[in-house]
Design a protein around this ligand. Sequence first.
Ligand code: MF3
Ligand code: CO
Length: 248
Amino acid sequence: MITIKSKEEIDKMGKAGQILAACHKEIARMIRPGITSWEIDQFVEGFLAKHGAIPEQKGYKGYQYATCASINDVICHGFPSKNPLNDGDIVTIDMVVRLGDWLADSAWTYGVGNISSEAQKLLKVTKESLYKGIEKAVIGNRLGDVSNAIQTYAEAEGFSVVRDFVGHGIGMDMHEEPQVPHYGPAGRGVRLKEGMVFTIEPMLNVGQYFSKVDLDGWTARTFDGSLSAQYEHTIAITSEGPRILTEQ
Ligand code: MF3
Ligand code: CO
């Protein structure tokens, strides 16, 4: 069942989202060759505590960190690590923030130092594909319109869309209905209604879309070793159009 959120509830999710957006802004300033994703994770814990918020991922199904830190060929769910980031790496930092009863979820891929032109294009197109999807998140459209806009744009730019991980409804729980694929036909799926809140979080690969998970049970990589990027926002369907809850 898809839970519909009231204006007040969406505002509360927006408060969590503002903290999350501010946190990403700080991370953007910290990212440089030599820093570790472990340090970023520690920073996030402190930042959230200072704002009275909680890192929801920590303890979720046994996950041990505030953030996921997914470097280069890692698609998602990478562990923060004490290995320094290198010039030319790309790293996706993903987190779910709880403020009181309500959650917000957002991921961003950062370039470390000077990144290749291919990596630059991957980041640009992945971010743009997210916004192509958001544009379609309006009352009366179907979920497949969001999915299809992302896939169409990503593939036209020469990248593939990961199939094995999708966006999701979110509210008081991290994962609610519906599932939000970033691929598939337009005109299908649930009709979007005012008060629905879900994430859109396309993961795009330079190579093929297939993934594999490491023996740690979490770290998901591209099967072919190619680069992967991700941008994610939590959005609400409102009578004024899509409201991005995780953007300042
Ligand atoms: N933010 C991710 C998502 O989009 C996180 C999930 S995995 C976790 O659902 F265990 F680390 F939380
Ligand atoms: Co998510």
